[in-house]
Ligand binder design. Structure first.
Ligand code: PCA
Length: 214
């Protein structure tokens, strides 16, 4: 049995829902052969989010952790490549914190790579007809904060546990005017299950071009 911890985020910036949590919850709600899936919601708060993540890692003792967040405006399931050691918040978090150019972990390495097979994950999601991409950055807000905190925790205390971060688009009900790209929550949940299954079975990542030119 592969133990998997999936995390999503609470709504933020005045939104009524966060599709990352809806999708993580849905992904874990249906049994997956050979896996035990646990989904938890993290607060959209610097510091508290990592504290809660650590608690859940201790509780679940996972073999694999996939953290998920909303990336407003993105059109595809975005498998993140790298977490950076910087908090630089464009808007306050749900507790009113707005760190500017502060390290996530003082004295920590500049960055951590995801230990998910990011390209094999993208290929598996695309093979199911769901748009997916490798993303070069999770930004500098609470998602990157949790991604960095997760990778730091795994690297320093749980070597051998795979982890990474996936950003997802708005849910369709959040964009009634159709002005931004969306992806249905059940589709995102299916993508998360494919990423979990891929991360549990693929050791050597796929090799195809998926880099970004900004
Ligand atoms: N998205 C934000 C934080 C929580 C979430 O779902 C981000 O991308 O940082």
């Amino acid at each position: 049995m592969v133990r998997v911890l999936l995390t999503g985020f609470a709504p933020f910036d005045g939104a009524a829902l966060n599709p990352s949590w809806e999708a993580a919850r849905l992904a874990a709600a249906v049994p997956l052969d050979g896996f035990s899936l646990t989904a938890v919601e993290l607060p959209c708060v610097f510091g508290d989010s990592i504290d809660e993540l650590r608690k859940q890692v201790v509780r679940v003792d996972p073999d694999l952790v996939v953290a998920v967040g909303l990336a407003p405006g993105r059109a595809a399931v975005s498998v993140e490549r790298v977490a950076v050691n910087v908090d630089d918040a464009r808007i306050p978090d749900n507790a009113g914190n707005q760190p500017i150019d502060e390290p996530v972990v003082p004295g920590g390495p500049a960055a951590y790579f995801s230990t998910l097979p990011i390209k094999a994950s993208v290929a598996a999601v695309r093979a199911a007809g769901i748009p997916a991409e490798v993303s070069p950055t999770a930004g500098n807000y609470v998602c990157n904060h949790v991604f960095y905190g997760l990778m730091h925790l795994l690297a320093s205390e749980r070597p051998g546990v795979r982890g990474g971060f996936v950003h997802v688009p708005w849910a369709p009900e959040q964009v009634p005017d159709g002005g931004q790209p969306t992806l249905a929550v059940p589709t995102v949940a299916e993508a998360l299950r494919l990423i979990v299954a891929t991360a549990a079975t693929v050791d050597t990542d796929a090799r195809f071009t998926a880099g970004a030119i900004h």
